[in-house]
Design a protein around this ligand. Structure first.
Ligand code: ADP
Ligand code: MG
Length: 570
């Protein structure tokens, strides 16, 4: 038996751990199960290369609660530790530089969510336990070992009786952490962090219904049996090769990820790259509405199948946070603040890879099945339009497949639109004028009048459309957008015979003066000679720029979508 002092540079590290990790102390379970998983995967590797001459079998991890003793136990069947290894891995390594570490990061810690990414590892157990025991038996032919520590830097180390290979970690739950003795709490944590970890994790038993035996009567109850409750799926879809997955597999994985989501995704994008960084994942395009208060926390970030966070801000471009799915990468630094993340080289590459994959997928959907793409347009346009606004690389690609629907239900790409209208809709300054309506009902008579002139009228009703129009106008030459009721229309309208044009100049002036009386101060312009339909002999318009300013003030700047953080200044 030996006692000794854990090698730390501050007298008592445990109060510090508790203090700094207070907001996120639930991660202890994730850390201990990660260690158990690592220990099992190490054994798998060593047996596969013949270095460990033992049967690998089908090991699992078990989590159990003893409410009376106020204990949580985590058992694995991995490589285990010898006495020397406990000394080396548990006693010495843990806190070298701990004080410096905490000093360095304590400010970042205030930024919610960050401290949970530290991976404080084994010692995070002391966030919830006032005493921790380890009983471990190495796969090597050496006696089992017992270690315990009660939260002071003193530990006890001695030989133990344990026949089976692997490690038991026993936590004596502290008085202020008894919530973790509840089955429901542990189950919630296991489901959150460990749902897709690679080694089966057992937590309690469950009742399984068996098929009825042959000849059973209708009213006979189906037989049941008690089986181990394995809480995880060790082989989630994103870890498989795209070639091995069918559409149905992607859909059922979606249901696994979002059990409360009943709507099917529109399509998915399988991410799979191993150079110059490692990343796998599946992104789903959900049906999106025009509602800009879209919930953002829908993509889950994993590291080697361990859940890390569902806040991927800074890792994927903001417009893609509207998607759902999973990203798994060991190359995303997790122990740093968000602002640092955005400047990190690897993260930048990951972000542009994901953007490119999404653009490529959309492009191939567009090319391979245009009709289907048109049908989905309404559900996907918010993401695409927002992406075009905020990411220039995405704009370049999306410009070829972004669709502009007309009020009559036709869809043009920008190029098609341009070709279609260039002869008819060029104004006196040689600018292409794209007419659009934002509300089919309210602007009905303007739409009809424009159509009667042979003009194409787009239906642009997205919430960020005025921003996008501005962007298109600045990135393309000689282009302007004008709503059907805008004063721009004047430039386009050929001054042919019309009811109004039959009026004398004096008559026109006095009609105009009358109309101006009722519309002054509203920024409207009266156009008299414009229309020839008897139903709308003249029109009242508002300057395009004024209306757009008003609209952008509503959606732009600080408020609106996502706070419009990345929204270019107009
Ligand atoms: P990390 O996992 O980042 O190495 P930890 O503090 O979580 O840091 O664990 C320290 C070390 O203790 C591990 O690297 C491993 O060698 C050892 N260890 C911890 N838990 C186990 C376990 N269940 N089985 C075998 N070894 C373990
Ligand atoms: Mg660890």
């Amino acid at each position: 038996m030996a006692t000794g002092k854990i090698n730390v540079s501050v007298e008592n590290i445990f109060p510090l751990i508790k203090k700094f990790l207070y907001s996120d102390h639930e991660i202890f379970l994730r850390e201990l199960i990660s260690n158990a998983t690592d220990a099992t995967l190490k054994l798998k590797h060593l047996t596969s290369i013949g270095e460990a001459k033992v049967e690998y079998g089908s090991p699992r991890i078990e989590v159990s609660i003893d409410k009376d003793k106020k204990q949580i136990k985590i058992t694995d069947q991995g490589i285990g530790m010898t006495e020397d290894e406990v000394k080396k891995y548990i006693n010495e390594v843990a806190f070298s530089g701990a004080e410096e570490f905490l000093d360095k990061y304590k400010d970042a810690g205030k930024d919610a969510g960050i401290i949970g990414h530290f991976g404080l590892g084994f010692y995070s157990a002391f966030m919830v336990a006032d005493k921790v025991e380890i009983i471990s038996k190495s796969f090597k032919d050496e006696p089992a070992v017992y270690w315990t520590c009660d939260g002071s830097p003193e530990f006890t180390l001695k030989k133990a009786k344990k026949e089976d290979r692997g490690t038991d970690i026993i936590l004596h739950i502290a008085e202020d952490s008894t919530e973790f003795l509840e089955d429901s709490k542990i189950r919630e944590l296991l489901t959150k962090y460990n749902k897709f970890m690679p080694i089966p994790i057992k937590f309690g038993m469950k009742t399984e219904t068996l098929p009825k035996p042959e000849g059973a009567k209708e009213e006979d109850p189906a037989p049941t049996q008690e089986v181990d409750d394995i809480i995880n799926n060790p082989n989630p879809a994103w870890t498989k090769k795209p070639a091995d997955l069918k559409d149905e597999d992607y859909k059922s994985f979606y249901r696994e990820l979002y059990p409360m989501q009943f709507e099917e995704p529109l399509f998915n994008i399988h991410l799979n790259v191993d150079y110059p960084f490692n990343l796998t994942g599946i992104l789903y395009f959900p049906k999106l509405t025009n509602d800009l208060n879209i919930q953002k926390d829908r993509i889950q970030l994993y590291q080697n199948q361990v859940f890390v966070t569902d806040n991927v801000e800074g890792i994927v471009p903001e417009f893609l946070t509207m998607l759902r799915g999973v990203i798994d990468s060991p190359d995303i630094p997790l122990n740093v603040s968000r602002s640092y993340l955005q400047a990190d080289g690897a993260v930048k590459k990951i972000s542009s890879y994901i953007t490119k994959k999404v653009a490529d997928k959309l492009s191939s959907l567009f090319k391979n099945n245009r009709e289907d793409f048109e049908q989905k347009w309404n559900d996907i346009k918010v993401v695409i339009e927002y992406g075009m606004l905020s990411e220039d690389k995405f704009f370049e690609k999306a410009d070829k497949f972004a669709l502009y629907p007309t009020v009559d239900g036709k869809f043009f790409t920008f190029e098609e639109l341009q070709n279609n209208i260039k002869d008819n809709q060029t104004d006196k300054d040689d600018k292409l004028v794209v007419l659009y309506a934002s509300d089919k009902e309210a602007q009905h008579s303007y739409i009809e009048a424009a159509k009667a002139k042979g003009f194409e009228v787009l239906l642009m009703d997205s919430p960020i459309i005025s921003h996008l129009m501005q962007k298109l106008e600045t990135s393309k030459e000689n282009l302007s957008f004008a709503r059907v009721d805008a004063d721009h229309l004047d430039n386009l309208i050929k001054k042919e015979d019309s009811a109004i044009s039959k009026l004398s100049d004096e008559e026109k002036d006095s009609l105009k003066a009358e109309l101006e009386k009722v519309t002054t101060d509203k920024g409207y312009t009266i156009q008299l000679e414009a229309m020839d339909s008897a139903a709308s002999p003249f029109i009242i318009t508002e300057p395009e720029f004024m209306r757009r300013m008003k609209e952008m003030q509503q959606t732009g700047g600080g408020g609106g979508m996502f706070g419009m953080g990345n929204m270019p200044e107009m």
